[in-house]
Design a binder for this molecule. Structure first.
Ligand code: KIV
Ligand code: ZN
Length: 507
C-alpha cells in the first residue's frame, strides 16, 4: 500500500513572512478555511508571540477550523510556548512548533550559546510544551538544520524525541542544500538517531537555489513522512517549497514515488487565487501548476498533438487542479437559478443567502456591461465582495479627465461610515495618480503607493480589469484589490480596499 505523506501548510506563518505581505484576521481565517477544503493535514496558523494580531488570528483559526491540526510557532522559551499554547489550546488538534538554531554559525553569532546550552534549552522547551496538555502535539525544528554538524543533529534529535517531540522537522533554512545531499542527510538521521521511530521526520525547504521542491521530494524518498510547504511557494526570501507542485508531483508520478496525500487537488487553483489576491503576490505566468500558461499550448505542433490525444503533451489535466471548462455561458438573461448552479459547480456551495444575493446583484450589474460572464469573472466578484472586512469607505462616484496634453484630474465622492459623503478633486501625473490623490484627500489619510498591478480577467475588449495595489502605512504594507470593466474604477476600488484594510487594522 502507498505510504501516506502529511502535508503541513505554512502559508499563514512562513508565507506571511514573504517581504511585503501582511494579512488581516479575516483573510487568514478565509485562507485557513480554504486550506481545510484543500485537505492539508496541518495548518501552521502563525507565530503568536510576534504580535497581538498574530495571536488573535491563530486563536480564531484554532476555534473555527476543526479538521486539520493547528500549529503555532514558538521559540524555545517558556514565554513563547505559553503564548502559543494560549492561542491554540481550544483547537481540536493543537500542535506547538518550537525551534532553536543548531548550526555552528547560528549558535556562535546569533544565539551566542554553546552546543551544550542549545541542546539543554531544546530539550527543556520540548518537555515543557509537552507537559501543557495530554492532547498537545509537539514539533521541534533545529533551525539551519542542513548546516548543522550531523553528529550534533543526531544528538539533539535523540534528546528532543526522548523529551516527547512527536515530529522532528529538518529545515533547510537558507535553501543551501541540494537534492542528493538533503536526501542523504535525512537518511543519515534515520540511520543514526536510535529513537527516530518514535517521531515523524518532517521537511522544510527554502527555495533560494530553486531546489525546495526537489529537495523535499528527495527527503520524502529517504523516509520523511511530513513535508512543510506553502501555497504559491510563498515564504521568507525566495519562499518555501510550493504545496501545489509537491502535491501534483506526488500525484502525477505516483507510479514512481508511490506516496499518497490527502490533498483535494481540484481545490488547488481556487486556493492559489485566494492567496494571491489576499497577499497581493502575483503568480508568474510560467509558474508550474497554477501559472496562467501551465496548461496553455502555444505551438501548432503541440496543439495538433493535444487535439489528437491530450497525453501527447499534457501530463496532468487542467481539471485535476481545479480549472473547469465553462459548460454554460452566463449573461444578462441568466436568472438566479443558473447563477446559483454555477456557484455550486465552482465550489461555492457554502455561501449564505445574503452573500448569494450580493453576488447576484454584482453579476447582474456586470452582465449589463459585458456580454458573457466567465468563471473567472464570477470568482473575481466573490473575491471582491464576500467575506470581506467591513467597508469603512466606498467609492460613490468618480470623474476623470486625462489626455496626452492635459493634466490628469480626478473628482471623487467617497462614502464614509454613517453615510457621510466627502468630495474632493486632485491633479496627478495621470488619471490613476489623480484618482489616488483625490481619494486620500477625501478620506483624510496619507499612504505610499508601493506597487500597482493590472491584469485582465479573460480576454476581449469588455474583459474585467483586476487591479492590485500595495500601499505602505507606517512600516506595514497593505494589499487591495478592485475589479471593473473600467480600469480607472478598478484602480480606485483597489486603493480604497487597501485603505479599508488599514482602517480595520487600526481599529
Ligand atoms: O526556515 C526555518 O528554519 C523555519 C523554522 C522556524 C522551521 O521557518
Ligand atoms: Zn522557514
Amino acid at each position: 500500500m502507498a505510504k501516506r505523506i502529511y502535508i503541513f501548510d505554512t502559508t499563514l506563518r512562513d508565507g506571511e513572512q514573504t517581504p511585503g505581505v501582511s494579512l488581516n484576521m479575516q483573510e487568514k481565517l478565509e485562507i485557513a478555511r480554504q486550506l481545510e477544503k484543500l485537505g492539508v493535514d496541518c495548518i501552521e496558523a502563525g507565530f503568536p508571540i510576534a504580535s497581538d494580531g498574530d495571536f488573535e488570528a491563530v486563536k480564531a483559526i484554532a476555534q473555527n477550523v476543526r479538521k486539520p491540526v493547528i500549529a503555532a510557532l514558538a521559540r524555545a522559551s517558556k514565554q513563547d510556548i505559553d503564548r502559543a499554547w494560549e492561542a491554540i489550546k481550544l483547537a481540536e488538534k493543537p500542535r506547538i512548533h518550537t525551534f532553536l538554531a543548531t548550526s555552528d554559525i547560528h549558535m556562535e553569532f546569533k544565539l551566542k550559546m554553546s552546543p551544550e546550552e542549545v541542546k539543554k534549552r531544546a530539550i527543556e522547551a520540548v518537555a515543557y510544551a509537552k507537559s501543557l496538555s495530554p492532547k498537545v502535539e509537539v514539533e521541534f525544528s533545529p533551525e539551519d538544520g542542513t548546516r548543522t554538524r550531523p553528529e550534533f543533529m543526531y544528538e539533539i534529535l535523540e534528546g528532543v524525541i526522548d523529551a516527547g517531540a512527536d515530529v522532528v522537522n529538518i529545515p533547510d533554512t537558507v535553501g543551501y542544500s541540494t537534492p542528493g545531499e538533503y536526501g542523504e542527510f535525512i537518511a543519515g538521521i534515520k540511520r543514526n538517531v536510535p529513537n527516530i521511530d518514535k517521531a515523524i521526520i518532517s521537511l522544510h525547504c527554502h527555495n533560494d537555489l530553486g531546489l525546495a521542491v526537489a529537495n523535499s521530494l528527495a527527503g520524502i524518498e529517504n523516509g520523511a513522512l511530513q513535508v512543510e510547504c506553502a501555497i504559491n511557494g510563498l515564504g521568507e526570501r525566495a519562499g518555501n517549497a510550493s504545496l501545489e507542485e509537491l502535491a501534483m508531483a506526488l500525484k502525477t508520478r505516483k507510479n514512481y514515488y508511490d506516496f499518497e496525500t490527502n490533498i483535494v487537488t481540484e481545490q488547488i487553483v481556487r486556493t492559489s487565487n485566494l492567496v494571491s489576491r489576499a497577499t497581493g503576490i502575483h503568480i508568474q505566468p510560467n509558474k508550474a501548476i497554477v501559472g496562467a500558461n501551465a496548461f496553455a499550448h502555444e505551438s501548432g505542433i503541440h496543439q495538433h498533438g493535444v487535439l489528437n490525444n491530450r497525453l501527447t503533451y499534457e501530463i496532468m489535466t487542467p481539471e485535476s487542479v481545479g480549472l473547469k471548462k465553462n459548460l454554460m455561458v452566463l449573461g444578462k438573461h441568466s436568472g438566479r437559478h443558473a447563477f446559483e448552479d454555477r456557484l455550486n459547480e465552482l465550489g461555492y456551495s457554502d455561501l449564505s443567502k445574503e452573500d448569494i444575493n450580493k453576488a447576484f446583484k454584482k453579476f447582474k450589474d456586470l452582465a449589463d456591461k459585458k456580454k458573457s460572464i466567465s468563471d473567472g469573472d464570477i470568482e473575481a466578484i466573490i473575491a471582491e465582495d464576500i467575506h470581506q472586512i467591513p467597508e469603512a469607505y466606498s467609492l460613490e462616484y468618480m470623474h476623470i479627465s486625462c489626455g496626452n496634453n492635459t493634466v490628469g484630474t480626478a473628482t471623487v465622492r467617497v462614502k464614509k461610515a454613517e453615510d457621510r459623503i466627502a468630495e474632493e478633486a486632485a491633479c496627478g501625473t495621470g488619471p490613476v495618480d489623480a484618482v489616488f490623490k483625490a481619494i486620500q484627500k477625501a478620506i483624510g489619510i496619507e499612504v505610499n503607493l508601493k506597487d500597482y498591478f493590472l491584469k485582465a480577467i479573460g480576454s476581449g475588449v469588455d474583459a474585467l480589469g483586476e487591479v492590485t495595489v500595495k500601499v505602505e502605512r507606517g512600516n506595514k504594507i497593505f494589499a487591495g484589490n478592485g475589479i471593473s470593466t473600467d480600469i480607472i474604477e478598478s484602480s480606485a476600488k483597489a486603493f480604497i480596499n487597501a485603505i479599508n484594510k488599514i482602517s480595520y487594522e487600526e481599529q
